[in-house]
Design a protein around this ligand. Structure first.
Ligand code: PLP
Length: 353
């Protein structure tokens, strides 16, 4: 028998084992000052590369004013309780209505954190007779949702349509026996690689096979599509997304997230998503702040235009300088450094500089 804590002390996990060398610098760095493209770090003003404040809303004076006014009026506690019990308000409903309209779906439902919400939505949507088919590179929250699934799951090679179809066919065979359904899950924009999911191709497969499509558009919302409605709009297949998800933690520079889709599906989520049924609802200040941010995204197209101007300048500059930025076709800009963790830790000059 092993004492649990002896094991934890001996093996801190794949990243934790590097804590001594990396903490405070590569991981858990303390960035200080206004959220911006340059922030204070260890007494120096450095470029910040990894803040998902795509549209620069985090430190926009109108956003800060709206947040402060809402917090002044309601504090950070209200409403108290889960949505179903005592945490439901007109403002929550209004934000849901506006989110749904923005992404051109019938209805939407808020969740407190994208991660927690995604795990819970996947859990709610499938039973043991259903099959999940998903991209191998999807975000950890999708992987964790899939882990909760009591039925079969098939994973396809990243953005590989042939592998996707092969696995959908496997799923079809299986559900013919179980009587279940199929849920395909992709990201709109893969947050690490910056590649758009092959939503157009998935939509074409929907004409051949019977499945439902859940898209995590955390990085597409506000950054892609004519109106900023995301990757589905960009690829002209928004209506083929059965369950659309976006977080407020990227373009909206806030906290919270939402699912959108047909009314009956959203209502099902309302009544079956355990992370919302058994947890406090989003604070009013966040909800009112999100209404302000959404209004700005809707009415200030110059925010997205500036994002793309910066993105194009950055990506062209990096390519010109010989950096490998992979196959990104979004504003997510990966820079691939070849080697392992020790290699990175002992690189000189430091990648942060
Ligand atoms: C693709 C994707 N999905 C979900 C999430 C989680 O969202 P949240 O920060 O709202 O929990 C993230 C955030 O990193 C993400 O990149």
């Amino acid at each position: 028998m092993t004492d649990l804590f002896d094991r934890i002390k001996a093996d801190k996990g794949p990243l934790g084992n590097w804590a001594k060398q990396a903490e405070g610098y590569f991981v858990f760095p303390k960035l200080e000052g206004e959220i911006s493209n340059r922030m204070n770090f260890n007494g120096k003003k450095l470029l910040t590369w990894s803040i998902n404040d795509y549209l620069g809303l985090a430190s926009h004076p109108d956003v800060i004013k709206a947040d402060a006014e809402a917090a002044g009026e309601y504090g950070m506690a209200a409403p108290m309780g889960a949505r179903m019990m005592s945490g439901h308000t007109n403002y929550h409903e209004q934000l849901e209505k506006e989110c749904a309209e923005f992404v051109r779906k019938e209805a939407a439902y808020l969740v407190n954190f994208g991660y927690q919400g995604m795990v819970s939505a996947i859990d709610a949507l499938v039973t043991k007779n259903d099959v999940i088919v998903y991209d191998v590179d999807t975000h950890a929250c999708i992987i964790d949702g899939v882990r909760l699934h009591a039925g079969k799951r098939f994973v396809y090679k990243h953005n590989d349509v042939e592998s996707m179809e092969k696995n959908i066919k496997r799923a079809v065979k299986l559900v013919e026996k179980t009587g279940g359904g199929i849920l395909v899950i992709s990201e709109g924009v893969f947050g690490m690689r910056g590649e758009q999911g092959k939503l157009k191709e998935i939509a074409a497969l929907k004409k051949k096979y019977n499945f439902r499509l859940l898209v995590d558009d955390a990085h597409g919302f506000g950054t892609l599509g004519k109106t900023g409605a995301g990757t589905g709009e960009e690829q002209g297949v928004q209506e083929d997304i059965d369950v659309y998800f976006a977080t407020f933690a990227k373009s909206m520079a806030g906290i919270g997230a939402f699912f959108a889709g047909d009314k009956d599906v959203v209502q099902y989520l309302q009544y079956n998503m355990r992370s919302q049924m058994f947890a406090k609802s989003l604070p009013m200040a966040m909800v009112k702040g999100a209404l302000k941010r959404l209004d700005m995204i809707r009415t200030m197209p110059e925010l997205k235009a500036k994002l793309w101007e910066n993105t194009n300048a950055l990506q062209n500059g990096l390519k010109d300088k010989g950096f490998d930025i992979g196959k990104t076709n979004t504003c997510v800009t990966p820079v691939y450094l070849h080697g392992d963790i020790p290699c990175l830790l002992y690189t000189s000059p430091s990648p942060r500089d």
